[in-house]
Write a protein that binds this ligand. Structure first.
Ligand code: FES
Length: 632
């Protein structure tokens, strides 16, 4: 089914994508990945289409395709090649074609962390509501609709005067007449005065949206701004994943063609509208009741959401276009809310420490604690802060997508069938999967746990070398550690841990630990003197702490000093939605953070190299004893 690409220049090809049932017309030379993106099909492209991850697997159904490349031969088994599998980022149609996208090449529903530790906040949202009754215009009273509404608001609240822009004016005239000259005015105080945001029926509840934009997942909370109650919450995959798994691949995609940045923004907003529409539907309200929005995210997500350029974030010295708190109108990015609503984006700390970390610091309470704390928010990029005597120092480290299951031979996201726990016991290997279904692959928690177990049973040494002499029965002919034999997996193939997988984990955990150690060294405090270790983020929530310590990702400190707080960034966004005071606190805090650019430090690389090694045996009791003796 292969053919040369000698086609007339003007000829276009049709690509049918199944089972999505989409058809798209493409120019010769277009890859199948580009065709899928053009058709709006979220085909996984973990490496952003540069041929290194193998996640974009599709199957040829009919038509002619460009010849198999060496990259494809490296990523596909001979059986897969025989069955017609190709890598979508490598192959180009040479005629009208039909392809099938297997489920494993599509983003799947996965275990997503929406919840986080909640602490109370005094209600003082970014908008206020006033129920007013107005007199109708007459020959004796010719005030405009807006003046009439403003006067009524001032009568209720002496100091209040608002501006109304075109959208709000449109609303005022129409809605006041429709509602018999009464209504609930929703007003947003700002630095220079106030804006009219909405005119709702009197007594109507008004809602806010808190959003945490992760590179992989988006968490959304619909909140009643009058009571502070979260009405509904959910998480969705970030659709930009189809254009690259991490922020670096997304920046590369955004820079590749003129419209790509806007494409990334519109895909994100489309998903947000879908998700918030569902939340409103569940709560029995319309999206026009959303009168205020807070969005947090890493700096690249923040910029892409706003439609800002990201090129400068892709190269040293990685500066943001804007780091101050930023406010934009919802309508300007196409977010479905009441037409006059605004979006508040908190301050970012640095190019790779975004507003999501500002929000996480706010939610954890770490920033104003007298206790010493380390906050680690694990993602494809891991942000780390040390809070000591009221001072915060932060850094960011590229931990890569290995903990999302990417770049791992049998890696997958935390979806049903993912192995999350492994036990080597009396010569047997037992695995637990998400959903208790036959195993399909390994999620981040699973691979970390597997490596910890392999270290414990000496089939892996400190350098990360597999010791076949210590457990030959667990290795296959390629020298891979077999967790699940072919006859016990869901797909009839072995599930293995390879030397390359171990190396990926060494890089990821080494980067996190080196970041932690540098912050501690700069502050002159040993790990055992840190009172609390706060672990945030989806992976951090499900992470097995013992495995994290056993593999050296975290120092050997007592387990009880850890707190796994869930989606701290989402909780921080919610706090800022409910409290103007919290927005101010977050702004002040972000300004005083001392950012440490790890790559500019001479000792970072040696520390990172050192942390690639796995530790020797960890004695938790010993760690506890040494802590106690140090504190005496
Ligand atoms: Fe195709 Fe990574 S190999 S997207």
């Amino acid at each position: 089914m292969t053919a040369s690409l000698s086609t007339p220049e003007e000829e276009k090809f049709l690509v049918d994508l199944e089972p999505a049932g989409r058809r798209v017309e493409v120019d010769p030379g277009t890859t199948l990945l580009e065709a899928a993106q053009k058709a709006g099909v979220d085909l996984l492209a973990v490496c952003g289409g540069i041929g290194v991850c193998g996640s974009c697997r599709v199957r040829q159904v009919s038509g002619s395709f460009s010849p198999l490349t060496q990259t494809e031969r490296d990523h596909l088994s001979s059986l897969q090649i025989k069955e017609g599998f190709r890598l979508a980022c490598e192959v180009r149609p040479a005629s009208h074609v039909k392809i099938e996208i297997p489920p494993e090449s599509l983003p799947v529903e996965q275990k997503m962390q929406v919840e986080g530790e909640e602490t109370g906040v005094t209600l003082e949202p970014g908008v206020i509501a006033l129920d007013v009754s107005l007199s109708e215009p007459s020959q004796e009273d010719l005030r405009s609709d807006c003046t009439r509404a403003r006067d009524a608001a001032a009568e209720q609240d002496n100091n209040l005067s608002f501006q109304a822009d075109l959208l709000a004016v449109n609303l005022v005239s129409h809605t006041l007449r429709q509602q018999g000259w009464s209504g609930r005015l929703v007003i947003r105080p700002n630095a220079t005065g106030a804006n009219l945001v909405a005119v709702l029926p009197p007594g109507t509840g008004y809602l806010g949206l808190a959003v945490d934009l992760g590179s992989t997942k988006i968490a959304v909370y619909l909140v009643d701004l009058q009571s502070g109650v979260t009405l509904a919450r959910t998480a969705a995959m970030n659709p930009q994943i189809a254009y690259g798994e991490d922020v670096v691949s997304r920046i590369a995609f955004a820079d590749k063609a003129k419209n790509n940045r806007m494409l990334l923004q519109s895909r994100l907003v489309e998903t947000l509208n879908k998700v918030s529409g569902n939340l409103c539907q569940q709560s029995g309200v319309g999206c026009d009741r959303i009168v205020d929005v807070v969005v947090v995210g890493n700096t690249v997500m923040h910029h892409l959401f706003c439609g800002l350029p990201v090129t400068q974030l892709g190269a040293a010295p990685y500066v943001a276009a804007v780091s101050d708190p930023f406010e934009i109108r919802a309508v300007d990015v196409g977010l479905k809310t009441t037409p006059g609503a605004w979006i508040y984006l908190p301050a970012t700390i640095a190019g790779y420490v975004g507003a999501d970390h500002t929000a996480a610091l706010l939610a954890s309470g770490a920033y104003n604690s007298v206790r010493s704390m380390v906050l680690v928010d694990i993602g494809t990029n891991t942000e780390i802060s040390l809070v000591l005597q009221g001072k915060i120092s932060s850094c960011s480290t590229a931990s890569g997508p290995a903990f999302e299951g990417a770049h791992i031979h049998d890696g997958m996201r935390a979806a049903p069938g993912a192995i999350e726990r492994i036990r080597i016991h009396q010569g047997t290997i037992q695995v637990d999967t998400i959903g208790n279904v036959p195993p399909v692959g390994l999620c981040g928690t699973g691979i970390l746990n597997a490596i910890a177990e392999m270290l414990e049973h000496s089939v892996l040494d400190r350098r990360g070398v597999l010791r076949q002499d210590k457990g030959a029965k667990w290795f296959n002919s390629k020298g891979e550690f077999v967790l699940v034999p072919a006859d016990r997996s869901a797909h009839g193939r072995e599930i293995v841990v390879t030397r390359r997988d171990i190396h990926e984990i060494q890089l990821a955990k080494g980067a996190i630990r080196a970041g932690i150690e540098i912050l501690l060294m700069e502050a002159g405090i040993p790990a055992l003197r840190v009172d609390q270790w706060i672990i945030a983020g989806a992976f951090g929530t499900y992470l097995d702490l013992k495995s994290a310590i056993r593999t050296g990702m975290f120092p050997a400190v007592p387990l009880e000093s850890f707190r796994q707080v869930g989606n701290a960034a989402g909780m921080g966004a919610k706090k800022m939605l409910l409290s103007r005071q919290k927005r101010t606190e977050a702004e002040l805090m972000a300004r005083q953070v001392k950012y440490i650019e790890l790559t500019s430090l001479a000792n970072f690389t040696p520390k990172f190299m050192e942390e690639l090694y796995f530790p020797g045996n960890i004695d938790y009791l010993l760690a506890e004893r040494s802590r106690k003796s140090e504190l005496v």
